[in-house]
Ligand binder design. Sequence first.
Ligand code: COA
Length: 310
Amino acid sequence: MNETIAFTPLTAADREPIARLLHRALVHWYESRLGQGARFGDSPDPFTLFPEVYEALDPGECVTARTDSGEIVGVCFSHERETHVSVGIVATSPDAGGRGIAKKMMSLVLEKAKRLGKPARLVSSLLNLDSFSLYTRLGFVPGAIFQDLLITVPESGMAVAAPAGIEHVREAVLADATRIADFEHSQQGIRREKDFAFFIRNEVGAWRVLVSEIGGDVNGFLAMSVHPSFTMIGPGVAADEGIAIALLWKALDGLRGKTLVFLAPCAASTLVRTAYAWGARNVELHVGQSTGPVAVAKGIVFPTFMPETA
Ligand SMILES: CC(C)(COP(=O)(O)OP(=O)(O)OC[C@H]1O[C@@H](n2cnc3c(N)ncnc32)[C@H](O)[C@@H]1OP(=O)(O)O)[C@@H](O)C(=O)NCCC(=O)NCCS
C-alpha cells in the first residue's frame, strides 16, 4: 500500500465503515496473537454504537485515517475533558498495520493535549503489547492495574444478599451530574461533568447511573452502558471498597440474565474477592496510563471502554 493517508475527523457518515474496521482489527489482532477473536462476536453491527456515542458526546473530536480512495483504515477515539484529554480505542486495519498509522493518529491527539496544556489519559490492555508499546513509546506512563472480570448474573437476580451500604444507593438524576463530577475530582483529580449529564439524559445509547450518598454527600457513583450492543459496568468511583461493593451489587442485580465484563482495581482485594465469590472470572488485565501526573488518586475506580474512562 503506497497511498497517501489523510488524517481527518470522524463524521456521522462514517458509522458503518468504522464499525467494520473496529470489528475486523480487534478480531484479527486477538485471534492471530491470542486465539481469542471470538470474544468480539461475528458481526460488526454492535460496534456502530461506538461512533454514534462519541459523535453525540463530542462531535468531530475522533481521528480517522483515510486512503486516497476514501477507505477508512484507522480510527482513534478521543475527547477533551475538563482536566485532561481521554483516548479510547485505537485501531488500524490489519492490511495497513505497521506503517505508523496508529502512531500518527495518537500524535495528533497528543499535540492537541499539549496545545490545551492537559495530560492525555487512557486504559490499555496488558495482553496487547503492540498497543501498550505504542502508548509507552509516545510518553504515556503506566499506573494502576485493573482486572477485567467476566460475570453472569442469574435470571432471578443476585443470589447473594445485598451488602451493607445498599440503602445509600439510588438512581442518579440530572441534578447529580455536578456533584458526581465534583466527587470524582476530589478522588481522582479528573473532572468530566458533561459525560455524567450525557449518561443521565440517556438520549443516545442506553445508560444507567447509580449514586451513593450519605448525609447529603456523594461517596460513590457507578454508571453503566445497558445497551444490548455493549453492556458494561463503569465508569465509577467509590470512596472505599464497601461502597464499591454496594454499588456493584446494585448494578449487577439490575442486569439479570446478562453476561458482562467490568474492570476492578487489582489493589482492591476485598472487592476482587467479593467478585470471585459472586462467580466472576479473570479474562484480561488493563493498566491506566497518563502523559502527566495525576494530582490526587484516591478511591476505587471502575474504568470502561465506551466512552473510555481514564
Ligand atoms: C495496536 C494497533 C492499533 C497498532 O496499529 P499500527 O498502525 O500497526 O501501529 P504503528 O504502525 O503506528 O506502530 C506502533 C508503534 O509501536 C511499536 N511497537 C509495536 N509492538 C512493539 C513492541 N512489542 N515493543 C516495542 N514497540 C512496539 C512499533 O514499533 C511502532 O513504533 P515506532 O514507529 O516508533 O517503531 C493495531 O495493531 C490494531 O488495530 N490492533 C487491534 C485493535 C487494538 O487492539 N487496539 C488497541 C487496544 S484499544
